[in-house]
Design a binder for this molecule. Structure first.
Ligand code: SAM
Length: 282
């Protein structure tokens, strides 16, 4: 695999777009490698698909390091402007065919823009920017994680902490599910011990959503700042973790289902905490 070279040309100028028609091209191979954890770990990059996402990311001043664009899409003025701006921000721009894009995306009818970005991890401190944040204990499903990042973005949670062996927020599946929120919602990695010490020092009440709880989620004390803790899809939360929390809460259920999907439960929790804060900022 070629080494990623996201730097601008040494003369400081803008690199001209490359016309690429073969998926054997090393830049295309680099994009394709980002489907695998190994490729993402070696480059520190991740793949995001779609012009809408790329334009929204640009609005946040997040620019790709490498981007493949369908030649046919350059007729649209906003895509042409994006290609020029990305190049001006140091991106290597590939002008390519739908066939090559399909191979990069591993699907028929691929998006006309597929871009690689640098992975950005936040520190726990980023979660103290607002009144509530979310922590996920060893989440395994990237679709769930992406959906939770999207809900946190929508409700204005300040970020998400991933505890222990969590799935990769920069996987293609997770990024797809975030619908762009990967660029706006800080994600930190931590251990439970580190998180617990941090949240105590920063004055967060830790509220765990648990099927063992008796208190309803809309009746729990939120404190001045709330950290919402969610369990793993299969195993929930370990007992010692629940014991360290200020309160355990249960989202009411009355049918035969024994639990809600993790992303659904997290969304209900985040929206309940926001509702109790009067939908501040909506
Ligand atoms: N068998 C697991 C258990 O016993 O916890 C089920 C895990 S559930 C699919 C994943 C997570 O979603 C749970 O750990 C909890 O945080 C949250 N959750 C799901 N349904 C919930 C409910 N009705 N009330 C509170 N939390 C819930």
């Amino acid at each position: 695999m070629p080494r990623p070279d996201a730097r601008s040309p040494s003369d400081g100028g803008v690199r001209a777009p490359l016309r690429v028609t073969s998926s054997a091209n090393p830049n295309v191979a680099l994009l394709k490698s980002l489907h695998a954890k190994k490729g993402r770990a070696e480059t520190g990059w991740f793949l995001a698909e779609g012009a809408r996402l790329a334009l929204e990311a640009a609005d946040q001043d997040a620019w790709p390091v490498l981007v493949a664009i369908a030649e046919s899409a350059l007729d649209r003025a906003h895509i042409k402007t994006f290609a020029d701006d990305a190049a001006a921000h140091g991106a290597r721009v590939l002008i390519t065919t739908e066939k090559v894009l399909g191979q990069v995306a591993r699907r028929d009818n691929p998006q006309t823009v597929i871009a690689a970005y640098r992975q950005r991890w936040a520190g726990l401190e980023a979660l103290a920017a607002g009144a509530f944040a979310v922590a996920l204990y060893e989440p395994r499903d990237p679709g769930n994680l992406g959906t939770i990042l999207r809900a946190c973005d929508a409700a204005g949670a300040s970020g998400v902490a991933l505890i222990g062996q969590a799935c990769d927020p920069f996987s293609v599946e997770c990024v797809r599910a975030t619908m762009g929120s990967i660029f706006t919602t800080p994600v930190a990695r931590t251990t439970f011990e580190e998180l617990d010490a941090w949240r105590r020092a920063r004055g967060f009440t830790m509220l765990a959503a648990s099927l063992r709880a008796t208190q309803r989620h809309d009746q729990a004390p939120l404190g001045e700042r709330t950290l919402i803790l969610m369990g793993n899809e299969q195993a929930g939360l370990p007992e010692e973790v629940e014991e360290a929390c200020d309160a355990l809460v249960r989202i009411p259920m009355r049918g035969r289902a024994d639990s809600l999907n993790l992303a659904m439960a997290a969304t209900l929790m985040v929206y309940e905490v926001w509702r109790r804060r009067g939908y501040d900022g909506a």
